[in-house]
Design a binder for this molecule. Structure first.
Ligand SMILES: [Zn+2]
Length: 409
């Protein structure tokens, strides 16, 4: 709960207290919570409801049946038009939510009722303000029933992440036996950001999370045609995934290579061009690389993860990173960069290095491709076109094929 009240507010409260002593004592001096934004992010993986407020919300949750529903009572809150609007945000195709109701339960409590289509594991947590976001109460609804035929380890990894067990050096999901065709190269594509985290937003309001998903899908469609390649994506919908979960999904799928796809913003609009990054544990190769790694690593806080202080593979594990993974990452970076120079100017003609959290799989050669800068007006326009997206995808395909010939086993 907030402890500070600004002087004007304090005066106002004193004034009210003078008029009505009784209620002032009961209400106390806590600032009034106010809902400033509400969002619903449906996806097949999980559905997220985000309640954004001026101060931290205090709440209680109950799971009830007939009908199957999740009830959340939020204290010290009056229902306003923003919160009322949540009832209209539920989509018919939402796999988990049937409808949402909201009402003033008593003078100081608002009750939110989420009616469900199937049994869910709810995960509620709050997030402190970051970037343009104020305080957030996040309600994630995960499926209880897993599809047995579904070999995607994503939901299991998210569960481990929420329990905190992904912090182990070797998460259970990664150790699960997997039938792997030794003759096939497993490629995992990672479209950056998603869901609550839009990534960078261009001048014309183009969202990074959308264009990178489009590019990744185009590249996937090219890769499926290759006989010696199996391709997976960390996400194929508008869903937020923690960075660590992306890395562990690649490991669980026994990936031979991992490509994270981005189109970030820089502080200056004239900065343009494509670049490719590999992991460095010893600092960044340039200040721009350092800036991008820092903004990328903030994605978890912006998108929202339930546990503060989630740490990535720490230095002791990174010391174990096989030199072969590192050198293969550099080879992959160079072959991709080499092909990209034919379709866009290069921001840097060499593979750059920085401490990107999403590249920290100890055993999977990994690169992060900045396809173009969404902060540059020209590149933002290009990023939206099918023609440029196809060119970038084709260049990455050719880079991957070249890498497969050169890599060391
Ligand atoms: Zn990005």
């Amino acid at each position: 709960m907030p402890t500070s009240i600004n002087p004007t507010r304090r005066l106002l409260i004193k004034g009210i207290a003078a008029v009505c002593l009784l209620s002032a004592t009961r209400v106390g001096f806590a600032a009034q919570a106010q809902m400033v934004a509400v969002r619903v992010w449906p996806s097949s993986t999980y559905t997220r409801v985000t309640l954004e407020s001026n101060i931290l919300l205090s709440y209680k949750q109950y799971m009830l049946t007939n009908p199957r529903r999740l009830v959340i009572d939020i204290d010290n809150l009056y229902l306003n038009s923003v919160f009322r609007g949540i009832t209209t945000l539920v989509k018919a195709e939402d796999p988990y939510i049937k409808l949402i109701r909201v009402g003033q339960f008593n003078t100081k409590t608002v009750r939110l009722v989420i009616e469900l289509k199937q049994d869910v594991n709810p995960n509620l947590f709050t997030l402190k303000p970051i970037s343009e976001f104020k305080n957030r109460l996040v309600i994630d609804l995960y499926p209880v029933q897993k599809n047995v035929a579904d070999e995607d380890p994503l939901v299991a990894l998210l569960e481990e992440f929420n329990k905190g067990s992904l912090d182990d050096n070797d998460p259970a999901v990664v150790n699960q036996p997997i039938v792997k065709d030794r003759n096939k190269i497993v490629v995992v594509l990672d479209p950056g950001h998603g869901g609550e985290d839009p990534g960078a937003i261009g001048y014309y309001k183009t969202r990074e999370k959308d264009v990178v998903l489009q590019i990744a899908r185009r590249l996937r469609d090219l890769l499926v045609k290759e006989k010696n390649i199996t391709v997976h994506m960390t996400r194929d919908e508008d869903v937020f995934l923690p960075l660590r979960v992306r890395v562990e999904k690649a490991r669980a799928l026994r990936a031979d290579l991992f490509i994270s796809i981005h189109a970030d913003a820089f502080t200056k609009r004239n900065v343009k061009g494509s670049s490719v990054f590999a992991l460095s544990t010893k600092g960044a190769s340039s200040s721009a690389a350092n800036y991008l790694a820092q903004t990328q690593n903030e994605a978890d806080e912006i998108g929202g993860v339930s546990r503060s202080g989630d740490h990535y593979l720490d230095h002791t594990i990174l010391d174990l990173v096989q030199t072969i993974t590192k050198s293969n990452s550099m080879v992959l970076g160079s072959t991709v960069l080499n092909k990209m120079k034919h379709v866009n100017t290069l921001h840097n003609s060499r593979v750059e290095t920085a401490g990107f959290a999403v590249l920290k799989a100890p055993d999977v050669p990994s690169i992060l491709v900045e396809t173009a800068f969404i902060s540059n007006l020209n590149e933002e326009k290009k990023l939206k076109t099918a023609a440029f997206q196809n060119q970038i995808a084709k260049a990455m395909l050719d880079g991957i094929k070249e890498y497969v010939k050169l890599r060391k086993n």
